[in-house]
Design a protein around this ligand. Structure first.
Ligand code: ADP
Ligand code: ASP
Ligand code: MG
Length: 424
């Protein structure tokens, strides 16, 4: 008998019919002789709708109250899903994150998991019932208040329970057939990837491919939980995300580039006229860290015509730009700079592939493709298996399609299927 953790995203449980379809899949897995723990997201766009509602009531919703509001979305879907599974003659019990034993720190809106004590879940499955757990939520160990794990966090709930329960499989059900070489909503010629490593998936997830929550992939890598990302609307084999030594990774040489991702959630802060002396960067980034800014790229250039003066630019999520700038302005005297310029919304295009370790000429091909498209590059950053460029957000999607084509990724099998969801 195997223990299977199945996570169903919002698009899979968008309405009553969706909830019944998911219940049938759980029942089928259970009837095949497995124990099942199901993690469920809020129905459809419920979380976005609740955020909109909060913003209609107040300009700055308090973080603690926001989390109480948002956890309500998953409470609805977990209860309805448990009812639908019971209706198929299989006992199922729904649990909030708190009841299921998911403990977090005190960072409302983006809490980190500090432990999972799944006693109730273990008792439930031992009794022969299915456990349904609300995704994306936990409880602050210090205060007992409910917390949320950040947008898309139900994936992380699923991996955390799969690790804590030592599950045999962790299946992430969504509205596409798996992980594709690009977002199929933007690049219709995207091809489904059969197997990929944790590292490649981390790079894609960290740079805009929202098919998996970044922290879910980090957790899976740390605890070696193989993930199977697949559609809840079809029975097709999805994408396996595994360790680089897994036997699922076949011996043939990896393509230079396996995926393209695009991200329009970041903004850019440029500090102009910083003195080019030891300690400037250290002061700046200590202040950014204090303001909880999540930096991705950093570029510093020193003017040749104006020695002693440099400019530092970095990217942070758009919603953090204001706070980060306010914190830096408050220390203007101490840091010593002329002015700060900001761009609220930039486009970031990334190419990712294990094959980059061994192939050459990848960046030349990327830059050549963008040049032919007339897309200007503003910033560049690289890792061993990724190259990212900042471009005009207006040109981001066409740039993604052109780059996808240029690296020979276009599928010959027709357009990728998107079964549901609004892409919101
Ligand atoms: P869920 O509600 O199941 O959590 P999400 O909307 O969070 O679903 O994630 C699924 C969506 O991720 C897809 O519909 C697709 O538009 C988007 N996506 C972005 N990049 C990729 C990619 N590389 N492969 C597959 N889907 C992707
Ligand atoms: N419902 C939450 C969100 O929309 C969590 C999730 O779906 O993973 O972000
Ligand atoms: Mg998601």
């Amino acid at each position: 008998m195997a223990l299977i953790v199945q996570k169903f995203g919002g698009s899979s449980v968008a309405d009553a019919e969706g909830i019944r379809r998911v219940a049938r899949r759980i029942a089928q897995t259970k009837r095949a002789g497995n124990d099942v723990v199901a993690i469920v997201s809020a129905m459809g766009d419920t979380t976005d709708d609740l955020i909109d509602l909060a913003n209609e009531v107040t300009k700055k919703p308090p973080a603690r109250e926001m989390d109480i509001l948002l956890t309500a979305g998953e409470r609805i879907s977990m209860a309805l899903l448990a009812m639908a599974v019971n209706d198929l003659g299989i006992e199922a019990h729904a649990y909030t994150g708190q009841q299921a034993g998911l403990k977090t720190d005190n960072k409302y809106g983006r809490a980190s998991i500090v432990g999972v004590i799944p006693e109730r879940i273990v008792r439930t499955i031992k009794s022969g019932a299915v456990a349904i757990v609300a995704g994306f939520q936990g409880v602050n160990v210090e205060t007992n208040d409910v917390t949320t794990l950040g947008r898309g966090g139900s994936d992380t709930t699923a991996v955390a329970f799969a690790a804590a329960l030592n599950a045999d499989a962790c299946e992430i059900y969504t509205d596409v057939d798996g992980v594709f070489s690009a977002d199929p909503r933007v690049v219709p010629a995207a091809r489904q990837i059969k197997v990929m490593t944790y590292e490649e998936t981390l790079e894609l997830a960290a740079h805009g491919a929202k098919v998996l929550h970044l922290r879910a992939v980090e957790f899976a890598r740390r605890y070696k939980v193989p993930l199977h990302v697949r559609s809840s609307f079809s029975d097709k084999e999805g994408t396996w995300i595994v360790d680089e030594n897994s036997t699922k990774i076949n011996a043939t040489e990896a393509p230079a580039v396996s995926g393209v991702s695009h991200d329009r959630s970041q903004g850019k802060v440029s500090i102009v006229g910083v003195s080019d002396a030891p300690g400037s960067a250290s002061k700046i980034f200590a202040i950014v860290a204090q303001a909880d800014g999540n930096i991705d790229m950093i570029v510093q250039n020193t003017s040749l015509t104006n020695p002693g003066i440099s400019n530092i630019s970095f990217t942070v999520p758009s919603e953090q730009v204001e706070d980060v700038v306010a914190a830096l302005e408050a220390h203007k005297e101490d840091i010593g700079f002329r002015e700060i310029q900001t761009v609220k919304s930039i486009g970031i295009l990334s190419i990712v592939g294990e094959g980059m370790r061994s192939h050459t000429g990848i960046s030349a091909r990327l830059f050549d493709t963008l040049a032919k498209e007339g897309v200007n590059i503003d910033m560049i950053s690289t890792s061993e298996i990724r190259i990212s460029v900042v471009v005009d957000p207006e040109r981001l999607e066409e740039a993604a399609r052109a780059v996808h084509s240029a690296f020979g990724l276009d599928s010959q099998l027709g357009e990728a299927v998107v079964y549901g969801g609004t892409g919101r």
